[in-house]
Design a protein around this ligand. Structure first.
Ligand SMILES: Nc1ncnc2c1ncn2[C@@H]1O[C@H](COP(=O)(O)OP(=O)(O)OP(=O)(O)O)[C@@H](O)[C@H]1O
Length: 434
């Protein structure tokens, strides 16, 4: 999901304010962090961290924000008590000439077809009822819908006012890309509709909000580091799939926390392929695609900004920014902070280089041995992803492998933490009994 500060500037809203953390309903742990010195002080990567910290671009605008609105299945998608849903479909349909063509009067799709009819869309969204509106982005408005067979979907309706040549290309790009991908950690594509000036994409409805909303504590509880690590791995799997296992490599181009949707079980699904672009075909000898710069400020690969040459490593860079976001809880750009903390990745890499990595851990996370170690390891990986030159960045597949090993260590240390805590409590109980 693109945010208002995307380069292409057709942004209406994102869901939360940069300083929402301070107003958050989540509980905070106190941070007596200044006494901690991280092991990265001795780490040879700290020189690299300094150079990365110095390489960030600062010309960004603050994100504009708007809270999201939840739509509950039970309220909005009960069987209509009267014919109002269908009636309004017909009214709107006839006004807009929806039923004037015999093609569009077909109410049901061919089984397996990804071409929706306007009637189906109206029915699914209760004629785009404001009560089922779940979001607003650069592409347009997003509605929660329910198909005839009961499947919940997100219906993305392109803005008419901005349906220009560019958006037409973007729509086609989204369709082509969505139609060919299928992965557990990617939002599933169900179909699309192009009718007169309507451009609609129907995708899997993912019920638990965006990662950014969770980091902003808009869903009540704070994501612990284990959950954040799982999310990073899910994203790395999805992007590895796009880069390596589709018919043709696909560059997502807009990896960011508001484009990562979460399921009830906190599994991540990467969304919004509106900017996705097929990567250069390595068989033909090409190594990059030359293109206009698109993406979101704060996540953009500086080499892509400089050269307009897009490769899979631009996604790796954005993923580096995302990892910093995951461990700090901060947005990539925090305009209200003091100057040296405004670009979160630069600030974090500087702290890491200075051996103060523990100072950047999201203050709402516990300072356990497992968390501290995982933090250091994740920052080390982020540092590689944020390398100014793309050839110095790891592949997304390598990122996934490294994250697996971080998770393995994390689980082992967490288990031994729990074990030593429980043996401590057994010991102290038996001491009291004596
Ligand atoms: N598949 C989905 N399942 C559930 N909610 C979704 C889905 N897709 C989008 N949303 C909701 O709609 C909001 C807007 O999504 P959308 O992708 O159109 O816009 P955006 O990412 O905020 O901005 P942009 O269109 O500029 O990328 C999201 O933030 C999310 O809350």
């Amino acid at each position: 999901m693109k945010s208002p500060n995307s380069i292409y500037g057709r942004r209406d809203s994102v869901r939360s304010t940069p300083d929402r953390v301070t107003n958050s309903p989540c509980s905070f742990y106190s941070t007596s962090s200044s006494s901690h010195k991280s092991t990265s002080q001795r780490n040879p990567v700290k020189i690299a961290a300094r150079s990365v910290a110095g390489a960030f671009i600062t010309c960004f605008t603050p994100p504009e924000t708007k809270p999201s609105k939840g739509v509950h299945d039970s309220d909005e998608f009960k069987a209509p008590s009267d014919a109002s849903g269908a009636g309004s479909v017909r009214r709107r349909g006839s006004n807009r000439g929806i039923y004037s063509s015999s093609k569009d009067s077909i109410h049901t799709r061919e089984p397996g077809s990804s071409k929706f009819t306007m009637a189906e869309i109206y029915k699914a969204t209760r004629s785009f009822s404001p009560s089922v509106k779940i979001g607003q982005g650069g592409f347009g408005t997003v509605y929660k819908g329910r198909l005839e067979d009961g499947t919940f979907v997100a219906v993305k309706r392109a803005k008419k006012s901005v349906y220009d040549k560019h958006l037409g290309i973007e729509f086609q790009s989204e369709i082509r890309t969505l139609a060919q991908v299928e992965h557990l950690n990617l939002v599933k594509f169900y179909g699309y509709l192009e009718h007169e000036d309507e451009r609609i994409v129907v995708v899997e409805y993912v019920p638990n909000g965006t990662l950014r909303e969770h980091l902003d504590c808009m869903h009540g509880s704070i994501l612990d580091l284990a959950a954040r690590l799982d999310i990073a791995i899910d994203v790395a799997h999805a992007v590895t799939y796009l880069h390596m296992y589709t018919d043709h490599p696909i560059i997502h181009r807009d990896i960011k926390s508001s484009n990562i949707l979460l399921t009830e079980n906190l599994r991540a699904k990467v969304a919004d392929f509106g900017f996705a672009r097929l990567a250069a075909d390595s068989d033909s000898g090409a190594t990059h695609v030359s293109t206009q710069v698109k993406g979101t400020a704060g996540y953009l690969d500086p080499e892509y900004l400089r050269t307009y040459q897009l490769t899979e490593k631009s996604d790796v860079y954005s993923f580096g920014v995302l990892m910093v976001e995951l461990v700090t809880g901060r947005r990539p750009i925090e305009p209200k902070r003091e100057l040296k903390e405004r670009i979160t990745a630069r600030w974090a890499m500087k702290k890491f280089a200075d051996g103060d990595a523990l100072l950047i851990l999201d203050p709402r996370l516990e300072r356990t041995a497992a968390n501290n170690l995982a933090l250091e390891k994740i920052l080390e990986l982020a540092l590689q992803c944020l390398a100014p030159r793309r050839q110095d960045r790891p592949s997304m597949r390598r990122c996934a492998e490294i994250l697996w090993s971080i998770r393995k260590d994390y689980r082992e240390i967490s288990a031994s933490d729990i074990h030593s805590l429980s043996s401590y409590s057994i010991r102290s109980t038996s001491l009291r009994e004596e």
